[in-house]
Design a binder for this molecule. Structure first.
Ligand SMILES: *Cc1c(COP(=O)(O)O)cnc(C)c1O
Length: 369
């Protein structure tokens, strides 16, 4: 095999393909100087709501803000508990903390999703919501989550920051709970050219709250109904997203093809490949394998100029930021074990077949050495 450098994510190739379209979109914002809540924001909100199959979409400044706004819209705050997964990006827990509530963590199952059997055990009199994360682009077990939420009268806020276009029993991720929260961080499956996020919902009260909150609580100019904040979706970012949303399904399909090729070629090796569960459409934001020799394999691949990632090396409950949470090592054994075994291989739509072949051959040679 010829040695080829494989980045973990490559945003440049995609930009070069879309350059004319993107720059036209950006010009459309700059020429009329419609920088704040310009028409591109509304255009995007309408298109993304339609894409998700929800009545409303409210563009905000980041995924983290989307989560915070959804929590506040549900009236969650001081003294409340919100149940989420220990094996998520820290933003999920931070949003709960920022709302004034307490993140109550539970372990994950073998598919990396929140362990629905643990949710019920974590419920107390103070529990107000569950925040499932569709981790890596695979849906969480929403039927079970919704069933528990119904029985205990809890809100469900989906962290769909890694799951743009993922499906669960023919529903889009983000469209099943009270609200769904998306991030448009550049590396996400639908990524802006800077920060961005969105809340999607069918609930008109949540939509109205979000729409006001992100713009200082404003109902009309200089009239403020609530104490909101400035966390609007930037119009330039909306212009980029309008262009890129058209390609999301195609890009997700390309990721799915890459995942198939990876799994085929890694067969027989001592690595565990991701599994797409029944009635689920995985959109492979990340392609995460597991091996007991994670660190050695990662170093070996780095030497072959293949960049990998670890999502995530330190679970939320072991972060210094949560050292006062009362959690400690041993509390979430599956999450902790996975954090030492998981490795994210390069995954982006423009990844070439010969790059995947090179990666898989390198992994094979690692285990044969
Ligand atoms: C990216 C991400 C977020 C945060 O999104 P930002 O736009 O970076 O604020 C939240 N949750 C998960 C699971 C993420 O992957």
């Amino acid at each position: 095999v010829i040695k080829v450098n494989v980045p973990f994510v490559d945003l440049g190739t995609q930009y070069r393909k879309l350059e004319t379209e993107i720059l036209t979109g950006i010009k459309g914002v700059c020429e009329p100087s419609s920088f704040i809540l310009g028409s591109e924001v509304q255009t995007f909100e309408k298109a993304f709501a339609e894409y998700c199959g929800t009545r409303y979409c409210i563009g905000v400044s980041s995924g983290c803000d989307a989560l915070l706004i959804a929590l506040l819209a549900c009236g969650i705050g001081c003294g409340d508990e919100v149940i989420t997964a220990a094996n998520t990006y820290i933003a999920t827990a931070l949003a709960i903390s920022m709302a004034g509530a307490t993140p109550v963590l539970v372990d994950c199952d073998e598919y990396y999703q929140i362990n629905v059997n643990s949710i019920e055990r974590a419920i107390t009199d103070n529990t107000r919501a569950v925040m499932p994360v569709h981790l890596y682009g695979h849906p969480a077990h929403m039927h079970a989550v919704m069933d528990i939420a119904d029985r205990y009268n809890l809100n469900v806020i989906e962290d769909a920051a890694q799951a743009h276009g993922a499906m669960y029993h023919s529903r889009r991720c983000g469209s099943m709970g009270d609200a769904g929260c998306f991030s448009f961080y550049p590396g996400k499956n639908l990524g802006a050219y800077g920060d961005g996020g969105a809340v999607v919902t069918d609930n008109p009260e949540i939509a109205e709250f979000a729409c006001r909150y992100r713009n200082y609580g404003q109902t009309k100019k200089y009239h403020h109904a609530i104490r909101g904040w400035n966390c609007r979706l930037d119009t330039l970012q909306a212009a980029v997203l309008n262009c890129k949303l058209q390609y999301l399904d195609e890009w997700n399909e390309m990721r799915r093809n890459h995942a198939r090729r990876y799994c085929d070629q890694l067969k027989g090796l001592p690595v565990k490949c991701p599994v797409e569960q029944k009635e689920c459409r995985h959109i492979y934001h990340l392609f995460v394998i597991q091996t007991e020799q994670r660190n050695a394999l990662s170093a070996y691949l780095k030497d072959k100029e293949i960049s990998c990632g670890i999502h995530y090396p330190i679970p939320v409950h072991l972060q210094t930021a949560y050292s006062d949470s009362g959690y400690g090592r041993g509390d979430f054994p599956v999450t902790e074990q996975f954090s030492e075994r998981i490795l994210s291989l390069p995954m982006f739509p423009e990844l070439a077949d010969d790059q995947i072949d090179y990666i898989c051959e390198s992994i094979r040679s690692f285990f044969e050495q």
